[in-house]
Design a protein around this ligand. Structure first.
Ligand code: NAP
Length: 239
């Protein structure tokens, strides 16, 4: 089956832009949207835009995880399919860039490695904001090399309204690691990737929950076609 990013126009020359911004006086701010994005949906896009506006980010890199650390052995769509959907979803926003950095790195995807690699590639002084779901942030204490993450980036935990932050705050505060964590309440996060997968696999519409271009890709490639057979295991995903 064909597929993946070859079908989608690529736009990735963001390092230079951040260099210009950093040289202009105020520190450039780069958001990194970390997630599995299986599939990307409007909640992710709204989260990134809200983070951009609230935190004054210059760019947001959407970073589909190649082989997510906490999903080993689980069935997930191939990295190329998840990247292609991410590219399609972000193409019309000049402030969003889809990155292949994690899907091209071999082995389990660790956020600390990503931040170190970005630091190597970026001009000095660029501030990094790692944005993901608050549910994922709660576990950050157990992430590989968590201390490095704390020194390299501000963490941004996206929540849906009514989310109980006390538990998250207690986990982070009790860790003894000096994480800088901000929380963003995002009403559009009432939807989730699993909700889209369930709807798609039972033949229900996912229109208005994600971009039409993403829906077209899902339909063309038969992703989530049948419950329980929606994807190949890690490393075996044909695209
Ligand atoms: P997850 O457990 O699948 O997601 C937890 C919750 O957060 C879900 O409700 C999810 O909703 C939401 N979410 C995930 N990414 C989001 C985003 N960018 N914006 C808003 N909500 C988001 O989490 P995951 O996808 O496996 O991991 C999230 C990120 O943390 C990835 O970048 C991953 O690499 C990183 N991580 C790193 C380590 C490590 O370095 N050891 C360990 C775990 C996770 P949806 O399903 O709708 O997205």
């Amino acid at each position: 089956m064909s597929g993946g990013a070859s079908e989608v126009p690529v736009r990735e020359s963001w390092e230079g832009l951040l260099g210009v911004r950093a040289a202009s006086g105020r520190p450039a701010r780069l958001g990194i949207m970390g997630g599995t994005f299986d599939p990307i949906h409007n909640g992710h896009l709204v989260t990134a835009q809200q983070a951009m506006d609230d935190l004054g980010l210059d760019l947001v890199l959407f970073m589909p995880a190649g082989s997510p650390a906490f999903k080993q052995g689980r069935h997930v769509s191939s990295a190329e399919d998840r990247f292609a959907m991410t590219l399609l979803a972000t193409a019309d926003n000049p402030g969003f860039v889809a990155s292949r950095l994690e899907i091209e790195r071999e082995g389990i995807t660790y956020t600390a490695d990503t931040l170190k690699e970005l630091r190597r590639r970026l001009p000095e002084g660029v501030e990094l904001y790692f944005i993901t779901g608050a549910d994922a942030i709660i576990d950050i204490v157990s992430w590989h090399d968590a201390g490095t993450i704390a020194t390299m980036a501000t963490l941004v935990g996206a929540t849906r309204p009514g989310y109980d932050l006390e538990w998250a705050k207690a986990a982070i505060d009790g860790s003894g690691i000096g994480f800088d964590v901000r929380y963003l309440e995002v009403p559009a996060l009432a939807i989730s990737s699993s909700y889209l997968r369930e709807r798609a696999s039972s033949g229900q519409s996912i229109r208005y929950l994600t971009k039409d271009s993403v829906i077209g890709y899902i339909e063309k490639h038969g992703l989530y076609a049948q419950a329980g057979e929606e994807a190949a295991p890690w490393g075996e995903g044909a695209s």
